[in-house]
Design a protein around this ligand. Structure first.
Ligand code: GTP
Ligand code: MG
Length: 153
């Protein structure tokens, strides 16, 4: 099994797109194994975007994420190839490059308001899940209808 960290950022929450975003992952067949509403602390936001520390927009991005103008909806989703497929469901970073049919392609116009985050690799998924969630907040459960969603061959 594979897991990824997905977060609806505050712009997505303010725009009322939480259920739309959750619905797209849910309908695809992925399993929600953790979810919480949170205003991240500065250390968590800085660590989350650590790879962007040298970029000119870094401070503004961290200020924005920690502003408390709305919470972030942090989630862990599980299922086959969910890291890579999650990125496809989300679409390109820049909304002008995001395909129609993707979340960013359908709902966003600018990179600073692209409403959602998704881990970009196994390493970042592992790091981000551990950063945002305590182990006991991630719950293992079984789909009772799994045989109708995932075949064994
Ligand atoms: P995430 O899933 O959010 O990590 O996006 P990404 O992996 O598609 O892009 P990346 O990790 O490079 O950037 C993380 C976030 O920083 C983006 O989602 C944007 O919100 C923000 N960001 C990236 N590039 C820019 C930029 O040029 N200007 C501004 N204002 N924000 C940016
Ligand atoms: Mg990224």
């Amino acid at each position: 099994i594979e897991r990824t960290f997905i977060a609806v950022k505050l712009d997505g929450v303010q725009r009322g797109l939480v259920s739309e975003i959750i619905g797209r992952f849910e309908r695809k067949g992925y399993k929600l194994v953790a979810i919480k509403s949170v205003v991240p602390s500065r250390p968590i936001a800085e660590a989350h975007y650590g790879d962007l520390r040298a970029r000119p927009f870094f401070k503004g991005l961290v200020d924005y994420m920690t502003s408390g103008r709305a919470p972030v909806i942090a989630m862990v989703w599980e299922g086959p190839d969910v890291i890579r497929q999650g990125r496809r469901i989300i679409g390109a970073t820049n909304p002008m490059d995001a395909q129609p049919g993707s979340i960013r392609g359908d709902f966003t116009l600018t990179v600073g308001r692209n409403i959602i985050h998704g881990s970009d690799s196994f390493e970042s998924a592992t790091f981000e899940i551990g950063l945002w969630f305590d182990p006991e907040e991630v719950y293992n459960w079984r789909f009772t209808n799994e045989e109708w969603v995932v075949s064994q061959n």
